[in-house]
Every structure is written in C-alpha cells, then in structure tokens.
Design a protein around this ligand. Structure first.
Ligand SMILES: Nc1ncnc2c1ncn2[C@@H]1O[C@H](COP(=O)(O)OP(=O)(O)OP(=O)(O)O)[C@@H](O)[C@H]1O
Ligand SMILES: [Mg+2]
Length: 234
C-alpha cells in the first residue's frame, strides 16, 4: 500500500479537464519522480494531490485515509509538505523568517527543526539574516525546501526543485533530497532533469497530456528504449 496516492485523478481548472485518470503514488521513505513534457499536467497533478484543485474523479489517500476533500492546510496538519514550482519563498523576508513562516501551523517549539534544516543546508545558517530574494537560485530552492520541512512532514512534494540551477548545484540538491528520504520522509517530486532524477527514483512516472504514459522503477524507465527516445533525448 502506498503511503500517499492520488488515484485515477480527473479534473482541471475550469470546464476542460487537464488530468485524465492520472495516478501518482509514493511509498514510505521512497522517492517517486514525475517527468514529462511542458504542459503535460505535472504541476496540476501535484496541486491535485495537495488539495489545490477540485477533482471530478478519483481520490487522494494518505496512510490509508481518504483525504480528497481536505483543504491544503488540513493536509499539512496531516503530514504533507509542498514546495510549488513558482513563488515558493517570501523574497522580502529573511531566510530565518521564511523558515518561521514554514512553521506556521506549529504550536510547539520548532527550534530543533530549524537546527536540522540548518544542518541539512549550512549556507542557510550563514545567510539567515539576509532577505531570501538576495540569494542565488540554488540557495532559494534550499530555503523553499527548508520552509516545507519546518512542519516535520511525513511526505514532501517538490515541483521542479532544481529548476534554473547549474548541474553542480542540481547534484547537491539531489544529494540533500536523498538525505531527507533516508530520514524516512517520502518524496514525490516533479523534475525536468529527467535522466538524473530517475537515477535517484525508486519509482518513476512519465505523464503526457494529463495521462500516465509510463510507470515503472526509475532504473527500468531509464533502460526503456521508447522512454529514452521520446523523453530522455535518446
Ligand atoms: N491556473 C491555471 N488555469 C488554467 N489552466 C492552467 C492553469 N495552470 C496550468 N494550466 C494549463 O494546464 C495544462 C498543464 O499545465 P501544468 O502547469 O500542470 O503542466 P506542467 O507539466 O507542470 O508543465 P511545465 O513542465 O511547464 O511546468 C497546460 O495546458 C496549462 O496551460
Ligand atoms: Mg510544472
């Protein structure tokens, strides 16, 4: 049984559906990666799983519980964290204020969680008093991931965490994401760097036009000639 599953999701923003019977899932402590062309509906599927889209069909289950009608806030309280593709930090707030904002639903002392985020991303400790908008692209993504970790999620959803960063920074971010998964947090991640992301994926999904096109282990997708030819540049 998957820890988090969006099953047979159908829906969109208005009259026309973007997602058609789309299924995404991640097991406990594993990394699931979603790839596919621009406009395939990857972000829409992530929003659907997080409760930002009304589904016409299908359901979302977390740890066996049907959460399809819960608001995003209630999903955070249940252990979900989400880093959207765009506008995922408060640029005018400092790094530390961003992390504090991430802890908004917590009523307990979150200083040890902030310490863990600073241990995972040491550069953020150095820059904690700087406005997040002054940071490099890779550092901003660290702020966004760190912010989402502040609620101590059981599952972390990341929409293109390595967008716009150099290959070296991408490798570092993937290493940190693997580190997070090793602490037992499940990762459901959209990635444009498909080949590199599938290399670290326990499970991979290729979405095309809002539908599941291929689903397999990351390794099997990387070895599939059709997936390689059509989606991985040969
Ligand atoms: N807020 C919105 N309102 C209406 N249509 C939208 C909205 N957001 C996305 N769409 C449409 O939904 C479809 C899927 O978009 P989506 O952003 O989910 O794709 P994606 O796979 O994440 O693409 P990318 O790789 O560029 O991030 C596109 O046709 C897009 O134009
Ligand atoms: Mg997207």
């Amino acid at each position: 049984m998957s820890f988090l599953i969006g099953e047979n999701m159908t829906g969109g923003y208005g009259a026309a559906d973007i997602l058609h019977d789309c299924t995404l899932a991640v097991d406990l402590g594993q990394i699931a990666v979603i790839v596919g062309p621009n406009g395939a509906g990857k972000s829409t599927a992530m929003k659907a799983v997080f409760g930002m889209l009304n589904l016409r069909g299908g359901q979302v289950r977390l740890d066996g519980q049907n959460i399809t009608t819960l608001s995003p806030q209630d999903r955070v309280a249940k252990g979900m964290g989400f880093v959207p593709q765009t506008n995922n930090i408060f640029t005018s707030l400092t790094v530390e204020e961003n992390l504090e904002m991430g802890a908004f639903i917590r009523r307990d002392d979150f200083s040890s969680t902030m310490e863990q985020v600073y241990e995972l991303f040491p550069i953020l400790r150095e820059k904690r008093r700087q406005p997040a908008g002054e940071l490099s692209g890779g550092q901003r993504q660290q702020v966004a991931v760190g912010r989402a970790l502040m609620t101590k999620p059981k599952v972390l959803m990341l929409d293109e965490p390595t967008a716009g960063v150099s290959p070296i920074v991408m490798d570092e971010l993937f290493d940190r994401i693997i580190e997070v998964a090793r602490t037992g947090i499940s990762i459901l991640m959209v990635e444009q760097n498909a080949r590199q992301a599938l290399e670290i994926a326990d499970k991979g999904y290729v979405l095309v036009q809002g539908r599941n096109r291929f689903t397999d282990t990351g390794q099997a997708l990387l070895a599939d000639p059709e997936v390689r030819r059509s989606f991985l540049g040969g």
